[in-house]
Design a protein around this ligand. Structure first.
Ligand code: CAA
Length: 301
């Protein structure tokens, strides 16, 4: 990729400074969608949070309220900012209505290519001028954009959980994504206070490819009894300054989730080091999925 073209140096035109984005539609109100809505509202945008079910939206609003309060308790968010952010978030169960009027649409629905394609087709028609971001962590941006009109405005905007805390935004440039779209996504990410990396649309992008690689190797090391899970994690925490080790993180994300990504990377990159080790396959079959099941490489309450 011509990075120089994708990320023009010098001052960007006003349109590309992220200031033109006032209204954001966030599609999907799960953990990621709620977090994205929260940071966009904190950055001063009006947000429409969309989901198929009003009860899901109520739950998301509750989660956002709690997270904003935690931000206040930690001294990161002023009470007035909390109240203003909450007031800027609206919800809706009509996809077309949520997208129309948005300057930026960020999709955070389940990782199902057909579902995302369908949504992008509908949203591209409802919001013909909007920038269209997808929070996919593993699917091809180019494939998601395939049925959208003007695929040059479709881009990956990969956030990390918990969105209000994690500093990274991985901007993923599809084959047909324009330089203007890339510049706009980058400047919007910076406006959200994120550190932005720009990555070509390849399997696993930068973050998942490296993260899964480390996790699979750590699991192979448990299999080979190199050290205990706790000590393998401690090696990365105290030797490399990672906030937590790869096995503990795998427990938090879910062993099934990480295994699915590893299988996808092994297939698409034709790389045997991504093949899930037998131990991981066995633990998933036994429903030892990490924190959500109470047992993974660690025991959870
Ligand atoms: N709003 C704003 N700020 C908040 C906040 C909130 N709701 N909650 C916490 N913070 C701030 C705190 O003030 C603190 O800031 P300082 O470092 O400046 O003091 C910081 O966030 C950390 O807070 P805590 O120390 O209270 O939190 P913790 O010790 O519980 O750690 C964590 C939180 C850093 C998120 C830690 O749990 C962690 O590292 N988790 C792993 C996160 C991770 O690796 N995520 C990536 C998962 S992979 C993914 O998401 C991609 C994918 O595609 C699957």
């Amino acid at each position: 990729m011509d990075f120089a073209r994708a990320i023009p140096g010098g001052r960007l035109p006003a349109m590309a400074e992220g200031t033109s984005i006032n209204t954001v539609a966030v599609l999907g109100s799960g953990t990621m969608g709620a977090g994205i809505a929260q940071v966009c509202a904190l950055a001063g945008c009006d947000v429409v949070l969309y989901d198929i079910d009003a009860a899901l939206l109520d739950r998301a609003l509750e989660r956002i309220g709690k997270s904003l309060q935690k931000g206040v308790d930690k001294g990161k968010v002023a009470e007035a900012e909390r109240d203003a952010a909450l007031a800027r978030i609206h919800t809706g169960v009509d996809l077309g209505a949520a997208a129309s009027g948005a300057d930026l649409v960020i999709e955070a629905v389940p990782e199902d290519l057909e579902l995302k394609r369908r949504i992008f087709k509908e949203v591209a028609a409802a919001a013909p001028e909007a920038l269209l971001g997808t929070n996919t962590s593993s699917l091809s941006i180019t494939a998601i954009a395939a049925d959208a009109t003007r695929p040059e405005r479709v881009i990956g905007m990969h956030f990390f959980n918990p969105v209000p805390v994690m500093k990274l935004l991985e901007v993923v440039v599809g084959q047909r994504t324009s330089a203007e779209t890339t510049a706009l996504a980058r400047s919007f990410g910076e406006r959200l206070g994120k550190e932005v990396v720009v990555v070509r649309d390849t399997p696993g992008f930068a973050s998942s490819r490296l993260g899964i690689c480390t996790a699979m190797e750590a699991i192979r090391m448990v299999e080979q009894e190199v050290a205990s899970p706790a000590d393998i994690d401690r090696a990365m925490v105290f030797g490399y300054g990672h906030p937590m080790g790869p096995l503990r993180l795998t427990d938090l994300v879910g062993l099934d989730v990480r295994m699915a990504i590893a299988e996808h990377l092994a297939r698409t990159l034709d790389a045997p080091h991504f093949e899930p080790p037998a131990l991981l396959q066995r633990m998933v079959a036994e429903r030892k999925l990490g924190r959500k099941s109470g047992q993974g490489f660690y025991e959870w309450e």
